[in-house]
Design a binder for this molecule. Structure first.
Ligand SMILES: [Zn+2]
Length: 483
């Protein structure tokens, strides 16, 4: 009996040794790599990934196939994640047009996303035709650009807050504006803070009628719960949540507020009141509404952080800021920047910092309640929200707020793909999907800061190794500093 078992084992071993290994053909082989499964938050160790053209041709456990390939990356000890997304970006922020940036200067921001592992962005307001020019330059191999979904101009009230917005005069104009933008090719609509209530309501009604997504700032005249009920697909920056969840100021308070002449003092007082009366129970039921309605939230925590601690962060970011075109470097200083007013008012700064702490709590509680979150940076006019690196900062901020590294990573990988309904091609490292990938020296599930340890970026199958990445950054810096 024992002899028979041994005999069978021997035959089995011989058969597997003689079995011809599968031969796979492609352009680039990444061998022995650890795949970060962003869906489960687990590591799939020692895999071979073969890229062919702009797609992942195969994923096999290492040493189970032979490969005919052009190039090889040794992935031993490294980790691979899907390309990151910045879900709130303004590479051409209309707010900065007052600095008269040239088109070739703006262009230099685009590669900085990609070399920092950000292979996709949601352009939340800017010149749609410029985006189209970037995309065709990318198609012709003239410019390194992330994949872009764009909303075109901001849709604001009759007197818009910023240049380049469409100021909608009233509800009767909504259909014309929306139809023209869709005709021009926007991927979604972005609504803004000064939209009058009736215009907003008509816009949401019409967008739902024609089943076209709209996202953006919850207007001042609308509550987040109402925006959710009227189908706003994503809400940005946690706007107006504080207002909905705090007490309504009474007559007496409003009278007192009205007697204060200084605008900043008034704003400090109202924020103070809201911070004091913020009701966690109200907030929880609001988050349940978001969850039930499937409303996405893009909190842009890192933007709030950089603003609240601007002085300290400016010094920290000096090296990064040098990579930027001069018009943006200048705009990120209090001399020019609308978001950096009143830095000498310590109460104002302190309130911003207290608000940030509340935003952290909100994000943690939203996540616990199952609200869908997106990583966004607000790169553009907002100071120190860097192209590319901003996403690393946002993921770090989400973890500091209390998300696990796996949960944070999802907000910049799988969630954007779910949001845009493109999971067939994006969102995970899987066979058949687009080869937009990032290789890291460390495991981001253990320490989210490993996201900064990029060794390679792959965009549509094209590989950028650390040498090439360094070269691209250097050449951008050289042009921007004129040296
Ligand atoms: Zn924005």
């Amino acid at each position: 009996m024992r002899v028979k078992i041994l005999y069978c084992l021997l035959i089995g071993l011989l058969a597997s040794a003689c079995q011809e290994k599968e031969k796979l053909i492609g352009d680039t082989l990444i061998s022995n790599i650890n795949i970060v499964d962003v869906k489960t938050g687990k590591i799939l160790p020692t895999q071979d990934i073969l890229i062919d053209g702009d797609h992942i041709a195969s994923i096999r456990p290492s040493n189970t196939a032979n490969y005919a390939k052009q190039s090889h990356i040794d992935g031993e000890g490294k980790y691979i994640i899907p390309g990151l997304w910045d879900m709130h970006a303004h590479p051409d922020d209309p707010e900065v047009w007052r600095m008269n940036p040239k088109e070739e200067e703006k262009e230099r921001l685009l590669p900085l996303f990609v070399v920092n592992g950000v292979t996709g962005i949601r352009d939340m307001g800017g010149d749609l035709n410029l985006v189209k020019r970037w995309q065709s330059k990318y198609a012709n191999g003239e410019l390194l650009v992330p994949k872009i979904f764009a909303g075109g101009p901001l849709l604001d009230g009759p007197n818009p807050m910023w240049d380049g917005s469409v100021g909608i005069a009233g509800p009767e104009q909504v259909k014309y504006v929306v139809d023209s933008l869709i005709h021009e090719g926007v991927d979604f609509l972005k609504v803004y803070s000064l939209l009058p209530r009736e215009t907003y309501l008509e816009l949401s009604r019409y967008a739902q009628e024609i089943d076209f997504p709209f996202v953006g700032h919850v207007p001042f005249t609308v509550l987040p719960s109402e925006a959710a009920a009227t189908g706003m697909k994503s809400q940005e920056h946690l706007l107006e949540i504080l207002k909905e969840c705090a007490d309504k100021p009474d007559e007496q308070f409003l009278k007192k507020l009205g007697s204060i002449e200084n605008r900043i003092e008034r704003s400090n007082k109202i924020n103070d009141f809201r911070l004091k009366t913020f009701d966690g129970f109200k907030a929880d039921s609001l988050y349940s509404i978001f969850k039930e309605q499937g409303i996405w939230h893009c909190p842009t925590l890192s933007m709030w952080y950089k603003n609240a601690w601007y002085e300290q962060e400016w010094g920290r970011d000096l090296e990064l800021t040098e990579l930027l075109p001069p018009y943006l470097q200048a705009y990120w200083t209090p001399e020019h920047n609308d978001h950096l007013q009143f830095r000498d008012n310590t109460d104002f700064i302190k309130t911003k910092q207290r608000l940030y702490q509340l935003y952290q709590e909100m994000v943690k509680n939203m996540n616990d309640k199952g609200v869908l979150l997106l990583a966004g940076t607000d790169v553009g006019a907002n100071p120190l929200c860097h192209p590319g690196v901003g996403v690393h900062n946002e993921l770090e901020a989400l973890v500091e707020a209390g998300l696990t590294p796996a949960e944070a990573l999802k907000t910049a990988t799988l969630n954007p793909a779910l949001f845009f309904e493109i999971t067939e091609e994006y969102g995970t490292v899987s066979e058949g999907k687009r080869a937009d990938l990032v290789l890291l020296e460390g495991n981001p599930l253990e320490d989210i800061n490993a996201i900064r340890s990029i060794s390679n970026v792959i965009r549509d199958g094209r590989v950028f190794d650390s040498e090439k990445i360094f070269e691209i950054k250097k050449s951008i810096q050289k042009i921007n500093t004129g040296s």
